[in-house]
Design a protein around this ligand. Structure first.
Ligand SMILES: [Zn+2]
Length: 349
């Protein structure tokens, strides 16, 4: 075989190809509702992180962090059918972060029983001081139980014998880990690495960081400070701060300071104190040198007159109220006040 010298056109074509193949990361909020209430159709908490290049619209790898109510619908709007998810990561075993997973898995079982399985990355069983156990493993094992018990799984197996006999649980591959104070890798694929730390909220709560050649993002979940109430330096988690050092983007659940016990919302102080306030997150994002702070799981939701049974002192909050609270913490980067399906791409187009 004879090698020909490359023509200028060929060089140009090659460089265009390389340009097209530049890596990118895309972060999409699949749900922004804070806690179990419902408000104007907001989906439950979740963040889709995708990595790839220009040619595949940054979506060669699709990772879902938390799966609140309505995640399947939001994913379909984000052009990411549930069959495309490579892995699901859970921050903790609260229904507002998990109740969309049975729906995701049943849909996959219907149409993609041949596989591949979905990695479910979450904490090992965590025992609370009160004696009960928070168990992602059992949640996964029993994910199809209502449908098995209603007889639906047996009925649908008769319709299509290629479906897995154990129901949707057969499609989950649980990869559990013990959340620690220092970041440790819990999942990887090619150029994508996910690490985690343990953080206080309920036993087994974990926060995650995704590192890719196009950028890095931290998913804080509902993390709060190890010290459950003031006096303390911050409501944010020191472990999450370690994890977030130098990360481009921080996505974090938050509560607005207006719900604090020094105001008169009536909101229970222990629940207020276990969340990270917007102002303290602004201060943390400043210390970690991050470019973007994405606020999600907003308590209260923007525009809501009440947070469940509790009133909002001064009336409903606006996007500007949330931004101002983050700026008051000293953050000078970009604040995105989360709404369902808001999306951020790095590098920007
Ligand atoms: Zn929550």
């Amino acid at each position: 075989m004879r090698f020909l010298p490359m023509t200028a056109a060929a060089v140009l074509a090659l460089s265009t190809l390389q340009l097209h193949a530049s890596p990118c990361i895309k972060i999409t909020l699949t749900g922004t509702q804070g806690g179990p209430p419902v408000f104007q159709g907001q989906a439950g908490s979740g963040t889709l992180v995708q990595y790839g290049d220009d040619e595949n619209n940054c979506s060669a790898v699709s990772l879902q962090f938390d799966t609140g109510r309505g995640t399947t619908q939001r994913l379909s709007m984000a052009q990411t059918p549930v069959g495309k998810l490579d892995a699901v990561f859970l921050t903790h075993m609260h229904s507002d972060h998990t109740e969309g997973l049975p729906d995701i898995m049943q849909l996959r079982w219907h149409f993609a029983s041949a596989g591949p399985k979905v990695d479910l990355v979450c904490s090992d069983d965590a025992r609370s001081p009160a004696g009960h156990v928070l168990s992602c493993r059992k949640f996964a094992e029993h994910i199809g139980d209502p449908l098995i018990n209603s007889g639906e799984i047996a009925q649908r197996l008769l319709e299509n014998k290629k479906r897995l006999p154990g129901g949707p649980a057969d499609l989950l591959n649980v990869l559990s880990f013990k959340p620690a104070e220092n970041p440790a890798e819990v999942w990887s694929s090619g150029e994508v690495s996910v690490s985690a730390v343990g953080s206080r909220h309920i036993p087994g709560h974990a926060s995650y960081r995704v590192d890719t050649p196009a950028g890095s993002v931290v998913i804080g979940g509902d993390a709060g400070n190890d010290n459950p109430k003031p006096p303390r330096e911050s409501s944010t988690s020191a472990h999450v701060e370690k994890l977030a050092m130098g990360a481009d983007v921080i996505v974090h659940s938050t509560i607005h300071p207006v719900m604090g016990p020094d105001k008169d919302s009536g909101f229970p102080p222990p629940i207020y104190f276990r969340q990270s306030t917007v102002t303290d997150l602004g201060a943390m994002a400043n210390r970690t040198g991050s470019d973007y702070l994405v606020l999600t799981h907003l308590i209260p939701p923007m525009g809501a007159a009440r947070q469940g049974p509790y009133k909002i002192p001064g009336g409903g909050l606006t996007e500007a109220d949330y931004k101002l609270a983050a700026i008051n913490g000293g953050f000078l980067g970009n604040v995105i006040v989360g709404t369902d399906l808001v999306s951020l791409r790095l590098p920007p187009k």
